[in-house]
Design a binder for this molecule. Sequence first.
Ligand SMILES: [Zn+2]
Length: 410
Amino acid sequence: MSMVDPVRFAQLFGNLRQRGKNDAGTWRVAWTDEDWNTRYWFEQTCRELGFEAYTDAAGNVWALWNGCSPDDPGYVIMGSHLDTVPAGGDFDGAYGVVGGLEVLLSIRDYCTKYGVKPRYNLGVVGFEDEEGVTFGNSLFGSRAVMHEWRPDDLRQLASVDDRPFTDAAQQYGVTLDRIMAVQPPNIVQYIELHIEQGPVLWDKGIPIGVVSVVAGRQQGYVRFRGKKNHAGTTPMDQRQDALLFAADAIARLNAAAKRHHGVGTVGELKVSPGSPNVIPESVVASFDIRAPEDADREAMFQAWSEGLLEGNVQFSHKEASVPMDASIQQTIRESAESLRYPTLAMPSWAIHDAMIMARHVPTGMIFVPSAVGVSHAKDEFTNPADCVRGVEVLHETVQRLVLPGGAHHD
Ligand SMILES: [Zn+2]
């Protein structure tokens, strides 16, 4: 019986967690030296552990084990991302990459020792620029691997200080031509282990979440128009205050989200002219609407946008919900049950590389509890015992998928 090694996992994870860390949090923002030094380290570590390791043309790091040689039935790939938000936590992304590496090690060592030939090859990926911090290109690496980018999408990307994405990427040898030509291994299944980043598992005291769907989302900006006038001389019943319209809309978005099983956020306001003694003439408000059911999300947007917003809405992202593979969900659940760990079927409210992968190959996602539901912050934390449980469930799941006789769902 193959087993994970909690000590080896803790050592690998401890090493990765130190990278880009300072008093404010973890900084491995994509396309910085902290990010790329971590990629080089991970690639080197995987090579020293005996895997075929390389960084692809989009900056994703792969470690592959061709246990089926000379046949090539394709790869079951585990992984997540190595980049972080600024002053982020050290579990988001990193946990799933190192958890995947530990499972890869344990299954390879078991197969090698007992001469077992797996039914699929196995590998781990550390995706690049999942967070989209600087250029707004979230899920960059997985989209690149699945050829979801068009050259023009990438050409147009720039940072707030007008630095083109292509410049930043080129600094690390990643060019548009190479991104378009990136060739991933032949992936037959993808499994992502990740912290929940929300409070649900923590509050319920359940160690394993089986992700059913990644919630779809609509993001964009809305402009509210009023009439600029004197804040002292304009009577209250003669005003057209753009910020008041926006405030009303924000309250209605909140109500619509609660009514339609979604979440809705206005996180950014630009008020013009932005003076204490002038009635606001124009307000641009961001919006972010998400729901596991697309119909709920549409209803929410409809209810919110009635009347007020006509012609003034600009979408920046609109993505449908992506369900996880039903058979893999079942395998994850049974794997956890065989280890006597309770599970909860739940949507992922955050986006993940698994959302992209699931559009192309059967994909599953395992969540572990985030202490107090904190994430994208220095205080992001998952108990060591919960971390190990997640790795064990990933291990059991992948064993059932790849080892002969280990598959319960053919
Ligand atoms: Zn993440």
